[in-house]
Ligand binder design. Structure first.
Ligand code: MOS
Length: 748
C-alpha cells in the first residue's frame, strides 16, 4: 500500500504532478540569496525598537522619555502620550483576525512583554540603548498567572477560536452502560512559535501608499486590515513576502509591534525597520495556549466505547478570547454512541494565544491519545486493536460520510513497518543491549481539511512556456514547487517550462497559507487558471480552418506536452507555439477563482488521517528518555510531490517529539514572566534528539475534498506523535505521565 513515487491520480493523469522534484527555492536559500523582510534597507531607513513591560498587570506610571530622546541618533519616542491615531480602534477586534492589537493605546499593562513604547533612531544600537533608558516605573497589580488564580469563564458568545459545545447522544447513559470508565486529566504547556525568522517589517510610505516587506501568511486579508488601520484602500497596501523563515500560524495574524513601526514610518516620513528580538516574540505575537484537559472514556466488555467526554480548560489573555479548540480532537476519530466535547476559558495576564501549527488537534490529540491508551489498558487490549475496535466508519455523531478515510490502511501499514506485532501488552517488559528500558506506543493522527478562497492567473506565452501567478506564501513547505507542478499539469507542460511567481500582494489572492490548506486552495486556483488558459487556446485553434484542430470544438481537446490533441484522434494535434503564432497573439491569459462547493463540504467530513508508532528508550537509573524510532503512516488524498510531503511529515513528527519531550514556556508564578524566553532555554529538538523517522504515504483517492483530491499534510504529523511517544514512555516504564512535556523527574 505504501506509495513512494507517485500518487495514483497523478499516474492516471499521466502528469508531472506526483514527481519528487526538489525545491525551486532550495538553491536560493542554501546560498543565502533568498532575501527575507529584514534584509531590506531602503535609503534613509530608520530603526525601531519596542520597549516591553516587565510586569504582568498594572500601569506604567513613568517613562524617562527625556533620557531616551537625548540619546544621540534618536529621532522619535512613541508612547501612549503621543502615538498618532489609527483609523480603526485597536481595541475593536477586526474580523476575520478577531484579535485586539497592542499599539500603545493606554498606560495599562496586560502582560509581560507588552510593547510600552517604540523608539526610532538612526541606528539599531541607538534605538536599543535609548529603549533601555526609558526606565519604566510601574504600579503593580496582582497578576493572574496560573490556574490557581486565573478567572474561569464559559464560552457563551465569544469570537475567533471559541469552539462550540458539541453533544452527540446521551453521555450519562453511555457512562452508565460502561464496564470501565477511564478518567484522567492531562496538561499541555504554553508553547511559542519560535520561527527562525523573527517577526519583522520594513515599512515605506509614498503619500497614501505603503510598501511592507514582512513575512506574511495571509496577504490579502492583511492588506485589507492595514488599510483599515491606516485609512487607505487595501490596494494601497503592498506586501512583499517572498520567503518566510517559518510562520507556524503566528504570521497570519496582525500584531501591535508591526503596526507601530508602520505608523512611525508615516509619522516620520522615512522608511522604518522593526525586527523583534526572540524575547520580544514572547507576548504580542501569539503562542499555543496552556490547557488542562479532562477525559472520560466509557468502554464495554468488548472494548467498545460507550461514552467519550472531553473537557478542555484553555488559558487565554485578559482582553481576547482565543481558545485552543483542543477538545474538538475527540469529535472525528472514534465511534461512540455518546460524545460530549466542551471548552472553558481561563483568563490570565498573558499575551493572547493564537493558532500554532495544528491548533486544537496538537494539544487535544496529545490528551486523547494517552487517554485512549489508558482505556485500552483498562480493557486489557492492545492499543492498536482497541483503536480498530472503535474505528469510525462515518463521522461520529453526525453519521456523515468521510470524503475519504484510509486510516485503517495507515494503522496496518504503519504497524507492519514498525514491527508492532511483537509488542508485549504489559509495560516494562523490554530492554535493549545496554539495559535501557524500551517501550512502544502509538497514536492516531488527524487534521481537518480547510479550504480558503484563492485566485490565480496563468499566462501561456508565444514561446510555449507559461507564467503562473498567485500571491501565496512559502514558509519552507515547498509551495513554489508543488504549486508549479499543479499548474504545469493543468497547462500540459513540464514543470520547468512553468515560471511561478508568488509572495507579493499585487498578484491574485493566494488565500491563507495556513491550516494545512495552502496547496489545495492556491493549487486549485492555479489548476483552474491553467484550464482557463487552455480553453482559450483551444477556442482559437478549433475556430481556425488552418489548424488540424479546426472544428473539434464540440469533441474537445486535451493538453499534453505543449500541444493540444483532439480527444477522438490524438494524432491530430498542434503545438501552443504554432497556435499562438498563426493567431498573431503574444500570449493567452487564463484567470480563475477557486472556492469549495458548500453543498459538498456540508455533506462530508473531511480529514487527513494517520497512525504514528514510537519507540523510546529510558535509562532505568537516570530516567533520561530518548525517542529512538518513529514510524508514521499518513493518508492525505492526492500527493503532489512525495519528497515535499514526506518532508512535511518529518517536520510534524519532529514537532510532536518536541511537544512530547522538550517544549515548554515556563512562567514564574510570582511575576508572570516567562523564564525561558530565548532559544537557549526554550527547548526544541536538536539533531541528536530526533529519532529515526519513517513516513509512509498511503494511497487515498478523494473525489470530494476538492477537484484535485488534495488534503493537507503540514500539521497532521504533530498529532498522534505526542501521544505515541508518551504511551511508549508508559510502556517502557509503567509510569503514566499526564503532563507535557514528559520530564526525567516524572519517571523517578
Ligand atoms: Mo498554521 S497554525 O494554520 O500556520
Amino acid at each position: 500500500m505504501s506509495l513512494d513515487t507517485a500518487s495514483p491520480t497523478a499516474r492516471r493523469h499521466g502528469s508531472n504532478a506526483g514527481q519528487p522534484l526538489t525545491r525551486r527555492d532550495g538553491l536560493l536559500k542554501v546560498t543565502g540569496r533568498a532575501t527575507y523582510a529584514a534584509d531590506n534597507h531602503p535609503d534613509g531607513m530608520l530603526y525601531a525598537v519596542t520597549a516591553i513591560s516587565r510586569i504582568a498587570r498594572g500601569r506604567v506610571t513613568a517613562l524617562d522619555v527625556g533620557a531616551a530622546r537625548a540619546h544621540a541618533g534618536v529621532v522619535e519616542v512613541l508612547t501612549p502620550a503621543n502615538r498618532p491615531p489609527l483609523a480603526h480602534d485597536p481595541d475593536e477586534k477586526m474580523p476575520p483576525f478577531g484579535f485586539r492589537v497592542e499599539v500603545l493605546q493606554d498606560d495599562t499593562v496586560r502582560y509581560v512583554g507588552q510593547p510600552i513604547a517604540l523608539v526610532v533612531a538612526e541606528t539599531l544600537e541607538a534605538a536599543t540603548e535609548a529603549a533601555a533608558l526609558l526606565d519604566p516605573q510601574y504600579e503593580i497589580a496582582d497578576a493572574r498567572t496560573d490556574r490557581s488564580n486565573g478567572d474561569r469563564f464559559g464560552l457563551a458568545a465569544v469570537g475567533i477560536g471559541a469552539p462550540p459545545r458539541t453533544v452527540h447522544g446521551d453521555l450519562a447513559a453511555g457512562l452508565a452502560a460502561a464496564t470501565h470508565v477511564t478518567e484522567a486529566e492531562y496538561e499541555t504547556p504554553a508553547q511559542y512559535h519560535n520561527a527562525m525568522e523573527p517577526h519583522a517589517v520594513v515599512a515605506e510610505w509614498h503619500g497614501d501608499r505603503v510598501t511592507l516587506d514582512m513575512p506574511n501568511q495571509a496577504m490579502a486579508l492583511s492588506c485589507a486590515a492595514y488599510g483599515a488601520y491606516f485609512d487607505i484602500p487595501a490596494e494601497n497596501v503592498l506586501i512583499r513576502s517572498p520567503f518566510l523563515g517559518g510562520g507556524f500560524g503566528s504570521k497570519a495574524i496582525l500584531n501591535g509591534p508591526q503596526i507601530l513601526a508602520i505608523l512611525a514610518a508615516r509619522m516620520l516620513k522615512r522608511p522604518v525597520k522593526l525586527v523583534l528580538t526572540r524575547t520580544q516574540m514572547y507576548g504580542p505575537v501569539g503562542h499555543r495556549g496552556h490547557t488542562w484537559q479532562k477525559l472520560r472514556i466509557g468502554t464495554d466488555a468488548q472494548g467498545r466505547l460507550t461514552a467519550l467526554h472531553h473537557h478542555a480548560l484553555c488559558a487565554t489573555s485578559s482582553f481576547d478570547e482565543f481558545i485552543e479548540p483542543a477538545a474538538n480532537a475527540s469529535l472525528p476519530l472514534y465511534d461512540s454512541p455518546a460524545i460530549l466535547v466542551e471548552h472553558e476559558g481561563l483568563r490570565l495576564d498573558i499575551g493572547t494565544p493564537g493558532p500554532m501549527r495544528a491548533p486544537g488537534e496538537a494539544s487535544g490529540s496529545a490528551a486523547l491519545e494517552v487517554a485512549m491508551d489508558e482505556a485500552a489498558v483498562a480493557c486489557g487490549m492492545d492499543p492498536l486493536e482497541f483503536r480498530l475496535a472503535n474505528y469510525a466508519e462515518t463521522e461520529p455523531g453526525t453519521g456523515r460520510p468521510f470524503s475519504s478515510k484510509a486510516l485503517r490502511e495507515c494503522y496496518l501499514e504503519g504497524a507492519k513497518r514498525f514491527g508492532w506485532a511483537g509488542r508485549p501488552l504489559e509495560p516494562r517488559q523490554m530492554r535493549d543491549e545496554n539495559g535501557f528500558l524500551v517501550g512502544w506506543g502509538m497514536g492516531t493522527a488527524v487534521f481537518h481539511c480547510p479550504h480558503f478562497p484563492a485566485e490565480a492567473r496563468a499566462t501561456l506565452r508565444a514561446d510555449g512556456t507559461a507564467l503562473v501567478e498567485t500571491a501565496g506564501a512559502d514558509m519552507g513547505q515547498g509551495a513554489w514547487t508543488a504549486l508549479a507542478q499543479i499548474a504545469a499539469e493543468a497547462l500540459g507542460l513540464d514543470p520547468d517550462q512553468v515560471e511561478f511567481h508568488s509572495g507579493i500582494s499585487t498578484l491574485p489572492d493566494g488565500g491563507i497559507a495556513g491550516g494545512s490548506g495552502h496547496t489545495a486552495s492556491a493549487g486549485l486556483a492555479l489548476n483552474n487558471a491553467g484550464e482557463d488558459a487552455i480553453a482559450k487556446l483551444a477556442a482559437i485553434a478549433t475556430a481556425d480552418p488552418a489548424s488540424p484542430l479546426f472544428g473539434a470544438g464540440n469533441i474537445g481537446v486535451v493538453a499534453r506536452s505543449g500541444r493540444l490533441h483532439r480527444i477522438d484522434d490524438e494524432g491530430r494535434s498542434e503545438s501552443y507555439v504554432d497556435i499562438l503564432a498563426r493567431a498573431g497573439q503574444a500570449e493567452v491569459i487564463g484567470t480563475a477563482k477557486a472556492a469549495r462547493d458548500p453543498a459538498i463540504a456540508e455533506a462530508h467530513a473531511m480529514f487527513s488521517h494517520g497512525a504514528v508508532f514510537a519507540e523510546v528508550k529510558v535509562d532505568p537509573d537516570l530516567g533520561q528518555i530518548r525517542a529512538t524510532r518513529l514510524v508514521g503512516a499518513f493518508a492525505a488524498g492526492r500527493v503532489i510531490n512525495p519528497r515535499l510531503v514526506r518532508s512535511q511529515y518529518f517536520g510534524g513528527m519532529i514537532w510532536g517529539t518536541s511537544f512530547a519531550l522538550h517544549e515548554e514556556a515556563v512562567t514564574d508564578r510570582r511575576t508572570g514572566r516567562i523564564m525561558n524566553a530565548d532559544l537557549a532555554e526554550y527547548h526544541v529538538p536538536v539533531n541528536a534528539d530526533v529519532p529515526s523517522l519513517d513516513a509512509i504515504l498511503i494511497e487515498e483517492d478523494d473525489p470530494y475534498v476538492n477537484p484535485l483530491g488534495i488534503k493537507g499534510v503540514g500539521e497532521i504529523g504533530i498529532t498522534g506523535t505526542v501521544g505515541a511517544i508518551a504511551n511508549a514512555v508508559w510502556h517502557a516504564t509503567g509510569v503514566r505521565v499526564r503532563r507535557f512535556p514528559v520530564r526525567i523527574e516524572d519517571l523517578l
